[in-house]
Design a binder for this molecule. Structure first.
Ligand code: GLN
Length: 542
């Protein structure tokens, strides 16, 4: 039978629960204990797929095509396991499932209530992960902050779990923030005390408190929290803000978290092997020569909107022994100010996106990359902008476009497939999840992957329009990745360019800190040889 670790957050949102959950996963995995993870999100949306990146950051896509919270990306990167749709539960899903049962007549005669109907559905989903994964430990993150009105059914469900599976099989971890008051030079514990009081009022006594802070946390502070929150002083763990997030499992392990979990849940006390992870973190922390990469997007003020892209670039930079220096470039600034913003970068990434705003700036970035032979990696929408720009160039016309942005375009180089036009609604109507991609021998894509067939994650509606294939091919575009029937373009790359490649999928979701994704790896590999404006050549061009 599985054991459960429930992780709640207190005081403020974005306190680092996701990284803590991912780190707990890594700590257990490093002890050879099998783990699975789940995120419970209390908002009423069915999934984050329809939410603005301003509200929610990136939408992470699982291999079975679920649009999920970006924390699932942290879980996959830290634990190196591929999660599935059952690892993502929202209040919207819970209610929509209960309401369709009610309409079917499953509850005839009964009144449907938060307790027990909503809580039972939540617990059913938690147990489902345990059953499907057969993991020894299921780590469940409760989204939001304790005290939020939406979170109550979830907290009630995880409270009930202790009588369902036995208190000894459950661990409650609460992650809080200790604010620093500059005027008195003190870290304050009161918000943590209040947050724990709120949890206890609901019937949950945390076993472990992880205290996030930007300042060192003294033993006195830990003792005070232990006393007021009725937790063992050893179980109050400081977690100071770290420059490299991948160091978190090491810091928490050193603070004794692994030992605490193993003792409290009576798990096998196996030896810990953190050698590879530690080596990786050491390498990440060492100052290295920078490689400067532009991410051209329309949400660049909010780095969370492109978190997997940034992480994948970071993994590739470490692989090449470089420090990633991201230049966040707003595509609308390129529209206004031209391409001068791109002059000092060594590589350009145009990530995924939806809607017309900022598109012309992204096309400008593709043009600059092509004309100046700067490495370019286009991810989904970034592949579309690369194709739009190239078609405009070879036809000598500004008209080629995607019908997403110009439905009447006379040159729809990116378009919906026949049959897709009829799809109604916005939620869950895209090509989602993994699809096979056959690589064409002798291309940059094939040489990066060193495979003939790869499986990559998708999230899009629009595709390359095959009517333009021959024209573009004749002008030097190589369609180096295709669907098994050859009908869908998965990867395009420019022949006469050091590295200009666009893919219809999102390779960033598959990159791992110790296994840089082949496309990111080769893109950064070429970019590191590009000379930045105003610098002396220190490296031979690749
Ligand atoms: N908006 C484009 C589409 O729907 C690209 C999507 C993306 O970049 N994920 O096809």
């Amino acid at each position: 039978m599985a054991k459960y670790i429930f992780v709640t957050g207190g005081v403020v949102s974005s306190v680092g629960k996701g990284i803590t959950v991912a780190s707990i996963g890594r700590i257990l995995k490093s002890r050879n204990i099998s783990v699975s993870v789940q995120k419970l999100d209390p908002y009423i949306n069915v999934d984050p797929g329809t939410m603005s990146p301003y509200q929610h950051g990136e939408v992470f896509v699982t291999e079975d095509g679920e649009e999920t919270d970006l924390d699932l990306g942290h879980y996959e990167r830290f634990i190196d396991t591929n999660v599935t749709a059952s690892s993502s539960v929202t209040q919207g899903q819970i209610y929509s499932s209960i309401i369709s049962q009610e309409r079917r007549g499953d509850f005839l005669g009964g009144t449907i209530q938060v307790v027990p109907h909503v809580t039972n559905e939540i617990k059913r989903r938690i147990n489902q992960v345990a059953t499907e994964s057969e993991a020894s430990v299921v780590i469940v993150e409760v989204g939001g902050t304790v005290g939020d009105i939406e979170g109550l059914p979830f907290l009630e469900a995880i409270r009930q779990m202790k009588s369902d599976v036995g208190r000894e099989n459950i661990l409650y971890v609460h992650v809080t923030l200790l604010p620093f008051l500059a005027s008195s030079g003190e870290l304050k514990t009161k918000p943590t005390q209040h947050s724990v009081n709120e949890l206890r009022r609901i019937g949950i006594q945390p076993d472990i408190i992880v205290c996030r802070s930007d300042e060192p946390i003294s033993n006195d502070i830990r003792a005070k929290i232990a006393l007021f929150c009725d937790v063992d002083p050893q179980a109050v763990l400081p977690l100071i803000t770290l420059p490299v997030i991948y160091e978190t499992p090491l810091v928490l392990e050193e603070a004794g978290l692994g030992r605490l979990i193993v003792n409290m849940l009576d798990l096998p006390n196996t030896s810990v092997d953190f050698s590879e992870w530690r080596q990786l973190v050491t390498q990440m922390k060492e100052p290295k020569e920078p490689v400067s990469i532009a991410i051209v997007g329309k949400y660049v003020e909010l780095h969370d909107a492109y978190i997997s892209v940034k992480e994948a670039l970071g993994h590739a930079a470490v692989y090449h022994n470089r420090d990633l220096d991201v230049q966040w470039i707003h595509s609308e600034d390129l529209e206004r100010d031209g391409d001068s913003l791109l002059r000092s970068v060594q590589g350009i990434v145009v990530p995924g996106g939806f809607g017309e705003r900022g598109i012309e700036g992204k096309v400008t970035a593709a043009k600059y990359a092509r004309e100046h032979r700067i490495p370019y990696l286009g991810l989904c929408l970034g592949m579309h902008t690369m194709m739009i720009e190239f078609t405009r160039h070879i036809l000598g016309s500004p008209k080629p476009n995607s019908t997403e942005f110009d439905p009447e375009s006379s040159y729809p180089v990116i378009d919906l497939l026949p049959g897709q036009r009829e799809a109604s609604g916005k939620g869950g109507t895209m090509r989602l999840g993994i699809y096979p991609c056959h690589l064409v021998a002798g291309t940059k894509a094939a040489s990066a992957y060193e495979e003939q067939v790869v499986h990559e994650r998708h999230r899009h509606r629009f595709e390359f329009n095959n009517e333009y294939r021959q024209t573009l091919e004749e002008a030097g575009m190589i369609f180096s990745g295709l669907s098994p029937d050859g009908e869908l373009v998965e990867i395009g790359e420019l022949q006469d360019h050091p590295f200009m490649l666009g893919c219809q999928f999102h390779p960033e979701f598959l990159s791992r800190p110790n296994r840089a994704h082949p496309l990111f790896r080769d893109f950064v590999g070429v970019a590191k040889g590009v000379l930045r404006e105003g610098t002396q050549p220190t490296l031979p061009l690749v």
